[in-house]
Design a protein. Structure first.
Length: 184
């Protein structure tokens, strides 16, 4: 049971990383990732109160992600950044989403730390703390992306580096969730 729950959580991170659109439709939508988070955290909710908090923080993220299923191509630009069909409303929505994502990940990894600690698995607890810091780092880096995009040469390099680092972190989190499923 725990193995499939942690695998769902790992794949959820992958769904959130991939954003591929055809004619404005998200082919691998974020909502699928948030549904996997919901099922995964619900399955392990009894292990730690932190997982319960993560589960409830995921629910508004699931609702917010509905607005991302389709983005009508837009001519509204803020410098080189496309704000999409929601225009300026997308800025506070994105900030709320990032804040909720950070809080969700915090409680998820704190739950893993708590469960690993109670089972005497110090190395898993340490890895969970490390994964949490990496996730926080990439989310804070994402907040800087629109500002960096205003500087053409630096912005392109920054965004490419951010995507590569994000991919590495997502792969690392997926491996870690698989390990948690096998040991917790």
């Amino acid at each position: 049971m725990n193995k499939s729950a942690f695998n769902m959580i790992g794949f959820a991170f992958l769904f959130l990383f991939i954003d591929f659109r055809i004619q404005g439709f998200d082919i691998l939508p974020d909502i699928a990732g948030y549904v996997l988070f919901a099922f995964g955290t619900y399955a392990i909710i009894a292990l730690s109160g932190h997982f319960r908090k993560a589960f409830y923080l995921n629910l508004p993220l699931l609702v917010i992600s509905i607005s991302d299923l389709y983005q009508r191509p837009s001519n509204e630009y803020f410098g080189p950044v496309n704000l999409g069909s929601l225009g300026l409303l997308s800025i506070p929505l994105a900030l709320v989403s990032i804040a909720l994502s950070i809080a969700f990940a915090y409680f998820l990894f704190q739950g893993i730390i708590e469960v690993a600690g109670s089972k005497g698995l110090g190395s898993i607890a340490e890895k969970a703390g490390s994964q949490w810091r990496h996730y926080l780092f990439i989310q804070l880096g994402t907040l800087l992306a629109p500002v960096m995009a205003l500087i053409p040469v630096i912005g392109i390099g920054y965004i490419i580096a951010l995507l590569v680092i994000y991919f590495i972190i997502v792969c690392s989190i997926m491996r870690f969730m698989n390990e948690c499923g096998s040991t917790l």
